[in-house]
Design a binder for this molecule. Structure first.
Ligand SMILES: CC(C)(COP(=O)(O)OP(=O)(O)OC[C@H]1O[C@@H](n2cnc3c(N)ncnc32)[C@H](O)[C@@H]1OP(=O)(O)O)[C@@H](O)C(=O)NCCC(=O)NCCS
Length: 189
């Protein structure tokens, strides 16, 4: 079993597993159309649907086997402001997929980038990943900017590769390798 030593602390944030007590905070963003807009198959959630989601996320506190998802609540003094996650896509290829969702009230300050950086530090450092990729809808500019800010390279634009909202949509794929992540850290600091 692989899991970070909790809590993970950054300059402005604390990251730890989700608990059922986080329902109000999670529902605050899961119920917003502007937040779920780019997520496949997800409309604004009811409180009951958020409870199911929080219950599922609360179990995602470690990576036990390929396919598992590690989901961390990102907290400030204002409570839980978002989540970052790593899905263990391949044990043989030491590859994971990064995901993130934040409440817009806390956007535009680099907090999502700070949280994802901490998770990637753990993923490449303690967990020993070789490659992390992330994907988003071709029009999700905020997400694409975030991946670029993290130092991820855009590797693909899969044109009209999936159905989204009843239409064909492009999907962007970004990635970063462990050695690139470490070199970036060294350059930064
Ligand atoms: C994707 C998402 C997390 C990005 O949020 P965000 O607020 O843009 O990201 P950050 O918290 O890292 O803030 C970065 C912004 O703050 C600015 N900023 C201010 N201070 C900063 C700092 N100290 N460090 C970094 N950026 C800073 C950056 O310039 C950037 O703004 P810009 O994109 O206009 O250039 C958010 O839009 C979201 O949750 N969207 C809905 C869910 C979603 O689409 N998830 C992805 C599905 S693929």
């Amino acid at each position: 079993m692989f899991q970070p030593t909790y809590p993970i602390r950054t300059e402005r944030l604390t990251l730890r597993p989700i608990t059922l007590d986080d329902l109000d905070d999670v529902y605050a963003w899961q119920s917003r159309p502007d937040v779920v807009r780019w997520m496949l198959g997800a409309g604004p959630r009811t409180r009951e649907q958020s409870l199911s989601s929080v219950t599922a996320m609360a179990r995602e506190d470690a990576l036990r086997a390929e396919g598992d998802c590690l989901t961390l609540a990102v907290t400030t003094g204002a409570g839980v402001i978002g989540t970052v996650e790593l899905v263990w896509r391949s044990e043989a290829d030491r590859t994971a997929e990064l995901g993130y969702v934040f409440h817009p009230d806390h956007g535009g300050r680099g907090l999502a980038t700070e949280a994802a950086t901490a998770l990637l530090d753990w993923g490449f450092g303690q967990f020993g990943l070789h490659r992390v990729y992330a994907r988003c809808h071709g029009d999700n500019e905020a997400s694409a900017r975030m991946m670029a800010r993290l130092g991820m390279r855009q590797e693909a634009r899969h044109v009209e590769s999936y159905r989204f909202g009843g239409q064909w949509a492009d999907q962007l794929v970004f990635a970063v390798l462990g050695r690139e992540w470490r070199a970036r850290g060294a350059a930064a600091g």
